[in-house]
Structure formats: C-alpha cells, structure tokens
Design a protein around this ligand. Sequence first.
Ligand SMILES: [Mn+2]
Length: 447
Amino acid sequence: MLEPSQYTHNDFGMALNILLAFGMIADIFWNGTRLSFRLLHTSDWHLGQQLHHWSRQEEHRAFLNWLAKTLDAEQVDALIVAGDIFDVSNPPASAVHDFFQFLAQIRAAMPHLQVVIIGGNHDSAARLNSSNPVLNPLDIHVIGGIPRTDQGEVDFDRMCIPLHGPEGQIQAWCAAMPFIRMADLGTAALTGGDTAVQGYRDLHRRLVDYIKAKAAGDLPLILTGHAFMRGGLESPDSERRLTAGTLLGLPTEIFPESVDYIALGHLHRPQTVGDQEWIRYSGSPIPLSLAEAGTSQSCTLVSLGDGPIQIQTLEIPRHTQMWRLPEDGPASLETISRTIRKLPTKTEWQGPLPFLELRVLLDQPQPGLHREIQTMLADKAVRLVKISPTYPERTQTETTWSGTRLSELKPTQVLEHFYQQNFERRPDPAVVALFEQLLESCHQEAP
Ligand SMILES: [Mn+2]
C-alpha cells in the first residue's frame, strides 16, 4: 500500500505530465497555425555601376552591410535577388569580389538562410551561372538564364526551388524565372503582340504547373522574375528599355493566378504593378541615376503563413547624398555661383562627398563653362556629376545638341535625331521598338 505522501506525489506528477503533454500539443498546434516564412526581396543592385565616371562601390558596400544586418535582425528565411546583380555583363573584379564577399558573410552568419538569385537583362547568364558549382552546395541558387537540359528542353526542375524553414522543413516554393530573352521564346514570338505574350504566359504556366506537380500540400508559392510590366514607372536614365517583339511592357496575365507573391526586378523605383500589392518591384538599393535622387530606396519583407500575406517595405539608408541644384530648377550662372558659394567646404563636411548636378540656364552654349564651374567648386565638398544646360528660347520639339556629349545621349535619341534629319519626321514607334530590341541583343552578346 502506498504512503499518503507518495500517493499524492505520484498523483501530482501524473497530472503535471498530462498538463505538459497537453501543453506540448497545444504548442505544436499554436506554432503550426502561426508558422510564418519570411523572405526579403531586393533587385537591381547594379554592382560595378559608375555615375558619370564616379565609382559607386562605397555605396554598394554600405548597402550590402546593411542588408546582412537586416537579414539577421529580421530573421529572414530566404533572400531573393530579382536580377541585374551587376551593371554590365562583364563586371569589374572589385564588384565580383564584393558580391562573393557578401554571400560568404551571410552564409557564415546565418546558416539556414537560403538565397535565390536570378539573372537580369544587364547580367551575363553564363557568367552568373559559372559560380554554381561552388554556390549550389551552400544553398545559394543562381539561375542566370533559362536553364536547358542536354536535349535543349527548358529545365523546369532547376527553376523550382524548395524553401526551408529553420528546422529544415519545406515551407514555401520559389519559381525562379530569370530574364527571358526573345530567343527563349522561339522565332514566332519575334512578331510581338499576342504571340509574344503567349510565349511568356506558357513559360510561367509550365513552371508553376511543374512545381504544383512536385510539391506536396498547399504551400505558399513565390515567383521571381525580371521583366518590364505594362504601366510600370520607368527610370530611363538607368534602365535599358525592354521590349517583347514590338510590345512595350507585359500584361500581368502572363502570371498564373495561384502565385502568392511575385518578386520582380528591372524597374529601379519601388512600386507595385497596378494596384496588385503582391506583384511588386523592390527597386534598386541605391539611386542609379540623378533622376532617382528624389526617390527613397527600399527592400521588401514578405511574411507568408496560414493567414494573409504580409508585405512591409524596409527603407535603405542613403549612404551618399545626391544634390540637384538649384532645387527649384535651372538658374542663371550668377545664381549658380551664389549657390556654389553656400556649399560646405571639404574641411567642414564629414562623410562621403555628395554627388552634384548643376542646372544652368544659358542663352547660348558656353565652351568654358565646365572649367569655370570646376574652379568655383575646387574646395567644395561635392563630386560634380553633371552640368545640365537649359536654353529657354528653344522650343520643346527642337533638338539641338551643340555642347552635348555623345555619352550623355541615349542611343534611341541618336536614332531619333538621325531619322529626323534624314526623313524630316519622327520615327514610327515600331521602328524605335525594333531598334531597342536590336540594341538589347547587342548588350547580351557583348563578352
Ligand atoms: Mn536594372
């Protein structure tokens, strides 16, 4: 027979065990219902970019440091970089170094973080893919261009990436669609219009169908891509315009409806596509042109779980200021020189020297202007990017390029000027679109 005290002890012990077991079940259930997966979406880093010959490396490094800290602080499970990792297909060694340095840094600091990187129109697909033998085993997935099997078929399996939670279980799937080149769609798509749209739609649908067939259960599906969507707010000084055949901008109907979040790259200003919150451009992490100086840069943090998807933008601190002076528009040289006098000197200023654009109102081109302004700026804490002249008496339609450097013009502007001179009218939009397509293929074929 049991002693009363022992009996009481056992009784309590059993009750405690039952409570604990119940608690564990409740905990599993509770955690199960609030299970969430966090991904961070960024794009268009353009590592190696120069702003009118000024290096952006310091800004890029500051961003990558901020990103590494943010991934850790926000307990992110997957990082998605939606194309244009590098500014050019053959980036400088210093940019490639910074890219690998960053990947090594986050791999060491966050062992469970997964990384998905797709190629953009500025990237060389082959060059990005070349690091895969080293990066893949580290759970860093690089899809430089549309992968193909030995038989030349699209390799959907390579574009379909399971995303794991901290405990290793699959919590979401990523459909990683790199920038689609016209050659990926076949010759029929070159005519543009519906055939091209059909080509894009087919590729996305087949990829999503492939994942649905492979994935067990009803897990969130994220799609990442690099494309110009119709109605998007462009930043023409830093983006190379993308056309699909003669089509400018793709409709959202190319994406299957069953996707939970679409992480896009290409446009440099953060924006949603139409009013669809879940189809989004994260934008570039630094302003890539003077025109983007007034836009703030951000990354997108997405939480996926059983409840509705949660989207949050994380503003990226501006490392280097970008001044476009005078702020209220072009002004006379006299006003400009007053503006310059008010600028801080190098001894007064702390931190990176701001970039400067000066907007000058001129009656006629002034050959010595650049030198004159540089003399005025000698001890000022700025890096002169550009002097933008405006001639008030000229009409908007008249194009005059005296004093304009060829490097300041877009190839399309040169075409338009040439066309105007030879045919005395503006080129047809279809001609411009074909020219842009030709230009894009030249960029892609560059080594
Ligand atoms: Mn870009």
